[in-house]
Every structure is written in structure tokens, then in C-alpha cells.
Design a protein around this ligand. Structure first.
Ligand code: CMC
Length: 378
């Protein structure tokens, strides 16, 4: 008799990690034991990536060296920018990002090295180049010249500078940096699992990260933040939110930005993002967006909170990203830029104690079926 795992592998432990801890009942998320709230308030994305990859906070000189190393890799390899600027302007940024991250392997003279130093080296390349890839494509499709990266800027500042052609305000750069911290890692989520599965074949870092990007774009995963924004755009005014959401629930449709496989309490990232979204909405004159979100949350609270369905990380990210000035279809690429920190850490972790992922399927089809010649098939 076969034992079939629960659908969607719910509750199955398929890896050990020292990177992030989630208590879905209490609504706790920690990176290497540090509460996500502490990191959002005090850390930077660069420091958070160091923490995830090394499982400890850096000293000042280590952080300076790590930051410098990332910045020295901002420039895209010669030839890649030309590829990006010949892509169809109608391409979806997530398809573009997945393809260009895959392309980075071809600009690496030794892409298949998986020893610890090489894996980190390749992961740093992707982490440093991903913002430039997204920004170059966005400029290209808007008919604007590509802005060169600026190695005096942080990842968050540099991304906004390359996107908009001007340095961001300190508030916007900090807001984006916090978003990068909050999205950097999250246990064995679908895209992280995908990355670990691919690297477990001893393939290569680029393939693992490419697979993860493909997974993240799904609307049930990282693509939900774009779904939230589309929903907010569909609701004409705050007063319409109640009827809109009630109608969705009656039709048994999912409300994007709510629910989570692991959290059955308020997602701690959403708590932080809610405050950030409110502040940014006030600062940028987007109060209606925040108020619509808040109205949706109230309806959902009354209707489904008892089932453990609360806002997840994507819900208030949508308002936050909009206020930062991002185009709707750059929301998920931004999530990917951040999660590259987590995916890479998991790839490095998997390589340090690898065994090929190879589960079994429970075959439920027929046996002893006859091979019918094609001329005799009805
Ligand atoms: N709106 C309305 N009902 C919901 C929602 C929602 N967003 N999420 C779950 N439910 C209901 C669902 O209808 C089902 O009800 P019933 O038991 O009456 O049939 C029950 O809750 C369990 O739902 P499920 O889909 O079986 O749960 P899951 O653990 O497989 O799904 C999820 C988790 C995230 C895929 C799901 O909550 C969902 O589709 N949410 C909307 C998409 C979304 O916001 N995704 C981002 C997830 S967080 C960021 C990330 O990890 O990428």
C-alpha cells in the first residue's frame, strides 16, 4: 500500500534550514533568530543578505566589504544590455527577468562550478545584476535611454535611480529597502523549494535561480501583489469595497493578498507593510488606495478571519509599491530581486549538505493495457 503525501505537500518537512523560522499560529517570522520587525527597523537589505548567507550579522568591516563587492558587480556583462533593449516591449517583466537571469550563465566563463566560493560568487552576480536587468527593460519599453548603475548607491537607491533617471528621496529609498528586507526569505516556500530541487541535481546556480523566478511569478505565489493592485484599480471608490469583496466571496473567488499556507494568524510582514503603506499613501496623496485596502481588510476580517485567513505580505505591498512609483508589472520583479537573497542562501545551504530530491508519485492509472495499432483506434 502506498502512502500519499498531503496535496500540495502541506505540512511536509522537506529540508533543514538555518535561515528563516516561521510560526504560522503566532504570526512570527525570524531570520536567523532575529525578529523580522527588528531587521525592518534597523537593518539594510545588504546586511540582511549577509545574515542569511552567513547565519550571523556582519561586523562593520565585513559589511563594508560585502556591500562593496555587490556594488562592484552592478554593471551588466557586455552584450546583455543590448539583448534587453532588443526584446519585445510588450514582454512581461517576469518572463524577461527569468530569461535574462538564465542568460547570465552564458556570460560566465565557468558557470557550472558549485563549490561554496563559486556558488556565492555566481549568486552575488545575479543579486547585483537583477535590478539593472529590470530597470534596463523598463526604460527600453518606455522608449527611454538605459541609466547606468551607480556604484556609490545601495541596491535600493541604485534600482530607483536606474528606473527613474534620478536619485530617490531618502524616504522612498528606505521604504524600498524595507520591502527588500521583508521579502528576502520565507522558509520552504514554492520558489525556494524549486531552487533547492534544481540545485540538488548539481545543475548550476543560474538554473536554480531561473526556476525560482518561474515559480514566483504564479498568481498564488509572488504574482499576488500585482493581483492586489489590479483589484484595487477595479474597485471604483472606498464605498464600493464591501460589495466588491462580498461578491467575490459569494462566487467563491480568492481575494488576492489574503490567506497563506503557513500563517493562520496575521502575517508579521503585513503588519509592518500596513504601517508603511499608510504613511507613504499620506505622503504621496494616495490615501484612497490605503483606505480601499483597509476597507477590504475589514470585510475579510468579518467574513473569513475565523478560518485563519488574514492579509499576507502581498496585500499592503501593492499600495506600498504604487506609492514608491513602481509600474504594476514591476511588483513581482521587485519581489524576485529581494527573494534572490533568500533563494541564493538556500542554494548555498543545499549544496553544503546535498542529496538529490527525488520523491515518488503514487501511480493511479491502469495496468496491463493493450497496445492498440493506430489503424484500429476508434
Ligand atoms: N480569499 C478567499 N478565500 C480564501 C483565500 C482568499 N485569498 N485563501 C484561502 N481561502 C479559503 C479557500 O477558499 C478555502 O476555503 P474552503 O475550505 O471553504 O474551501 C480555504 O481558505 C483554504 O484555502 P486553500 O486555497 O486550500 O489554502 P492553501 O493553503 O492551498 O492556499 C494560498 C494558500 C496562499 C494559495 C491561498 O490562500 C490563496 O490563493 N491566496 C490568494 C493568493 C495570494 O495572496 N497569494 C500570496 C501568498 S503569500 C506570498 C507568497 O508566498 O508568495
Amino acid at each position: 500500500m502506498t502512502t500519499t503525501a498531503p496535496k500540495g505537500l502541506e505540512g511536509i518537512i522537506a529540508a533543514e534550514t538555518e535561515m528563516s523560522f516561521i510560526d504560522g499560529t503566532q504570526g512570527i517570522l525570524e531570520y536567523v533568530g532575529i525578529a523580522i520587525d527588528d531587521l525592518a527597523r534597523n537593518s539594510t537589505f545588504e546586511e540582511t543578505v549577509f545574515l542569511l548567507w552567513n547565519r550571523r550579522l556582519p561586523t562593520q568591516s565585513e559589511l563594508d566589504a560585502f556591500t562593496q563587492d555587490i556594488r562592484s558587480r552592478y554593471q551588466l556583462p557586455a552584450g546583455l544590455e543590448e539583448r534587453i533593449t532588443t526584446l519585445p516591449k510588450t514582454a512581461e517583466p517576469m518572463h524577461m527577468l527569468r530569461t535574462m537571469v538564465s542568460s547570465l550563465a552564458m556570460f560566465d566563463s565557468d558557470p557550472n562550478q558549485n563549490d561554496p566560493d563559486s556558488a556565492r560568487d555566481k549568486a552575488l552576480n545575479v543579486l547585483a545584476c537583477a535590478p539593472a536587468i529590470v530597470a534596463a527593460f523598463d526604460r527600453h519599453r518606455r522608449g527611454l535611454p538605459v541609466v547606468a548603475p551607480d556604484s556609490s548607491l545601495s541596491i535600493a537607491e541604485n534600482f530607483l535611480n536606474m528606473l527613474n533617471g534620478e536619485k530617490p528621496t531618502a524616504t522612498m529609498a528606505k521604504a524600498l529597502d524595507v520591502c527588500l528586507i521583508l521579502h528576502a526569505d520565507h522558509g520552504l516556500n514554492n520558489s525556494t523549494f524549486s531552487a533547492r530541487v534544481v540545485i540538488s541535481t548539481m545543475s548550476d546556480v543560474y538554473s536554480a535561480l531561473t526556476a525560482a523566478i518561474g515559480s514566483l511569478r504564479g498568481p498564488l505565489h509572488g504574482g499576488a501583489n500585482e493581483g492586489v493592485m489590479r483589484m484595487l484599480n477595479e474597485i471604483p471608490t472606498v464605498a464600493d469595497a464591501d460589495a466588491f469583496i462580498t461578491g467575490k466571496l459569494e462566487r467563491k473567488e480568492k481575494v488576492m493578498g489574503f490567506g497563506h499556507r503557513v500563517y493562520k494568524a496575521y502575517d508579521p510582514r503585513a503588519t509592518y507593510l500596513k504601517t508603511l503603506a499608510k504613511q507613504l499613501a499620506e505622503d504621496t496623496g494616495n490615501q484612497d488606495l490605503y483606505e480601499k485596502s483597509f476597507a477590504i481588510e475589514k470585510v475579510m476580517e468579518d467574513a473569513v478571519a475565523a478560518k485563519g485567513i488574514y492579509p499576507n505580505v502581498d496585500f499592503y505591498s501593492a499600495t506600498t509599491y504604487h506609492c514608491i512609483g513602481l509600474q504594476l508589472d514591476l511588483f513581482t520583479p521587485l519581489f524576485a530581486i529581494s527573494r534572490l537573497g533568500g533563494w541564493s542562501g538556500h542554494v548555498i545551504e543545499q549544496l553544503s549538505d546535498n542529496r538529490l530530491y527525488r520523491p515518488k508519485a503514487d501511480y493511479i492509472g491502469p495496468h496491463d493495457a493493450p497496445y492498440i495499432p493506430i489503424a484500429e483506434r476508434g
